[in-house]
Design a protein around this ligand. Structure first.
Ligand code: PEP
Ligand code: MN
Length: 263
């Protein structure tokens, strides 16, 4: 179902009246983790002002160490929802388990499946039985074929609202957190009709690389970006090193507007 052979035209996904795909570009941004109501509302205001189209924020965090901050859970989701409503931005958040699926269906506009859960087939199948738009991140070491097969798990259950997200893959290089595979963008466009966005934050792990990789992603044909932004990157509870400040972000958006057209 994800294969371009059986559906030649680009898929356009409508989320709260905002279109994604076929030239409709989206800018998803926000902190890695929701840390407090004040934090998320302040960031949301700055992002809205800068021109973001969606607000992201992690409530359930798939951390490498069980001793690292794991996210605020449903309380965090509630804060994200409040912030999104307050500034008028639809929200994106990662789901890790089907226990909280009903809450995600109710509250979240795009449900994110993280890289670590790309092959959680039970989760994918359950999401396939909903109508929610799903942001499916590429697995840490997933081939394009494996990634598209994961999309197929969602689509084969009846939910064709899948947005792919290239977030970097593991290679022998250790300078960057991951190796951002921008060639995945034209490759996916050839293989599939699904929209694909790029995450330059996890793709590089370094905030100073985010602006150039964002522009490169747009030029490569991405349908959007997901960028981590934090009010105080140095004090962030997760992924501070790769997070832009709201000011950095506001400075980046006009450059993107020269390369892509968006609201
Ligand atoms: C995230 O978006 O904060 C995240 C954990 O991403 P990934 O699953 O790509 O590592
Ligand atoms: Mn993160």
């Amino acid at each position: 179902k994800a294969n371009r052979m059986f559906k030649p035209e680009d898929t356009v996904i409508d989320v709260c009246g905002k279109k994604i795909g076929a030239g409709h570009f989206v800018l998803i941004s926000g902190p890695c983790s929701v840390e407090s109501e004040e934090q998320i509302i302040n960031i949301a205001r700055a992002l809205k002002e800068a021109g973001a189209t969606f607000l992201r924020g992690g409530a359930y965090k798939p951390r490498t160490s069980p001793y690292s901050f794991q996210g605020l859970g449903l309380e965090g989701l509630e804060m994200l929802k409040t912030a999104g409503k307050e500034v008028g931005l639809p929200i994106v958040s990662e789901i890790m388990s089907t226990d909280v699926l009903d809450r995600f269906i109710e509250d979240v506009d795009i449900i994110q499946v993280g890289a670590r859960n790309m092959q959680n087939f039970v989760l994918l199948r359950e999401l396939g039985r909903t109508k929610k738009p799903i942001l499916l991140k590429r697995g840490l070491s997933a081939t394009l074929e494996e990634w598209l097969m994961s999309a197929e798990y969602i689509m084969s259950e009846g939910n064709e609202n899948v947005i792919l997200c290239e977030r970097g893959i593991r290679t022998f290089e250790t300078y960057t957190r991951n190796t951002l595979d921008l060639s995945a963008v034209p490759a996916i466009k050839k293989l599939s009709h699904l929209p694909i966005i790029v995450d330059p934050s996890h793709g590089t792990g370094k905030s100073w690389m985010v602006a150039s990789m964002s522009k490169a992603a747009v030029v490569a044909g991405a349908d959007g970006l997901i960028v981590e932004v934090h009010n105080n990157p140095r004090g962030a509870l997760s992924d501070g090193e790769q997070s832009l400040t709201p000011d950095n972000y506001a400075a980046l958006v006009p450059g993107l507007r020269e390369l892509a057209e968006f609201e």
